[in-house]
Design a protein. Structure first.
Length: 115
C-alpha cells in the first residue's frame, strides 16, 4: 500500500471552492487534484458544518490529546479520593447482630474515635 496523502487546510478549502463554483463536474476536479470525488464531498460537508474551524490540522489533535490526558489524571485523582472515602465509611461502622425473639437483625453502628 502507498503512503497516505496529506492535504493542507488551504488545499482543501480551495478544492471545495472549485466544486462549489459549479464550473466543472466534481469528478473532473477530483481527477485534476488527484483525490477521490467522495473526498471532495466530505471536505465540503465538513467545511459547511464547521466553518472556519474545519480542517484543524495536526496541532489541534495535540490539544485534544493533552485535554484527554488531563481528564484522565483528574479522573484517577477523583477515583482515589472516592476510594479513600469509601474505606473510611466502611471502617466507621460496625455491624452487630441483634437477637430478638425468633428474628436476627443486623444493625449498623457508627463509631467515632474517642480521645
Amino acid at each position: 500500500m502507498g503512503a497516505r496523502k496529506r492535504f493542507t487546510p488551504e488545499f482543501k478549502r480551495e478544492a471545495v471552492q472549485l466544486v462549489e463554483s459549479g464550473s466543472r463536474p466534481a469528478s473532473a476536479i477530483a481527477r485534476e487534484l488527484g483525490v477521490r470525488r467522495n473526498q471532495l464531498y466530505k471536505w465540503q460537508t465538513e467545511l459547511r458544518a464547521r466553518g472556519s474551524t474545519a480542517f484543524p490540522g495536526p496541532g489541534a489533535r495535540k490539544e485534544r490529546t493533552n485535554e484527554v490526558a488531563r481528564l484522565k489524571r483528574e479522573l484517577a485523582r477523583v477515583t482515589e479520593e472516592r476510594d479513600i472515602l469509601k474505606k473510611w465509611w466502611v471502617s466507621s461502622y460496625r455491624f452487630d447482630k441483634l437477637y430478638e425473639d425468633e428474628h436476627v437483625y443486623e444493625i449498623m453502628i457508627f463509631h467515632t474515635a474517642s480521645k
